[in-house]
Write a protein that binds this ligand. Structure first.
Ligand SMILES: [Zn+2]
Length: 285
């Protein structure tokens, strides 16, 4: 039987941990070969002192160097066999001036990056590939571009892998949202008790992107409960980016309970699978 190989195309260092960290660890434990393609260096992340890219002392190259080491650590924790950095510059959030940087991933012609990715696919021949949907899960230009180059690369290779997009079903999203709202309320109440007043956030200023997926569109629900500690450790490895991360504010028990499943939408289906599979390599073994 051919070697099973899994490959994910991610936008930034840390995305491999947040959306596929459990899956990577589970597959590594099963002896599946795992490959990670990280498209950008993450220059627009937080600096070590928490500075945002709009700050004058934020140095994107320094941030990228820190994140590169963090990525190496996460890759080790998740048992990823091969990491390929495409090395594009982080494009920042939609509307940021970094979107216009000619070196940015967003400005890179899809065709150019897709050919590079196709060469990797032809070398590794992964049966299963994961990336984001057409809105990049939450609208980030680098995530959208990761989607575009992956879909384009599949047109350039001589076989059809099973492509999945990472997803969170609406039912689970509702549970997450309830938790965020409860925690936010508790935080405000605690602050109010201490006499700290904060202005109510203006929800109209926040563009809400619907990140949930209708439950009936989910094609794979993978039990990663044996890998939640590794996932948490991989997230924590990206420590420069985790200052505001809700994941790491959860207790270990809550994290285990909340993160025991990773979900995916099936996009190509060469194995003619039906319904929701619990093995991402369903049809291949
Ligand atoms: Zn990202």
């Amino acid at each position: 039987m051919a070697q099973l190989t899994f490959l994910a195309v991610h936008a930034h260092p840390d995305d491999e941990a947040s959306s596929t960290g459990g899956l990577y660890r589970v597959l590594a434990d099963q002896g599946v070969r795992t490959v990670l393609v990280t498209c950008t260096n993450g220059e627009c992340g937080d600096a070590l002192d928490g500075a945002k890219p709009s700050s004058d002392h934020h140095d994107g190259d320094e941030v990228a160097a820190v994140r590169s080491k963090e990525l190496d650590e996460a890759v080790e924790i998740l048992g990823i066999n091969r990491l390929i950095r495409l090395g594009y510059r982080d494009s920042g959030m939609m509307g940021w001036p970094q979107n216009e940087d000619p070196e940015s991933f967003w400005q890179t012609p899809v065709d150019v990056a897709a050919h590079r990715l196709a060469a990797i696919l032809l070398e590794e021949r992964p049966q299963v590939i994961v990336t984001y949907n057409e809105i990049g899960f939450y609208g980030h230009p680098d995530h959208i571009q990761a989607h575009r180059i992956t879909v384009a690369a599949l047109e350039l290779i001589d076989y059809e892998p099973t492509l999945y997009f990472n997803a969170i079903p609406n039912s689970a999203m509702a549970r997450f949202r309830e938790r965020w709202e409860r925690e936010e309320r508790e935080r405000r109440e605690a602050n109010a008790a201490k006499g700290i007043e904060e202005p109510e956030g203006d929800p109209s200023n926040e563009e809400e992107i619907d990140m949930g997926t209708p439950d009936e569109l989910i094609g794979a629900a993978i039990d990663v409960s044996t890998a939640t500690d590794a996932k948490r450790a991989a997230l924590a490895a990206h420590q420069s980016q985790m200052a505001d991360a809700f994941w790491l504010k959860m207790s270990l028990e809550d994290f285990r309970a909340a993160m025991g499943v990773e979900w995916f939408v099936r996009v190509t289906n060469p194995q003619s699978l039906d319904g929701v599979v619990t093995d991402i390599f369903a049809g291949y073994r």
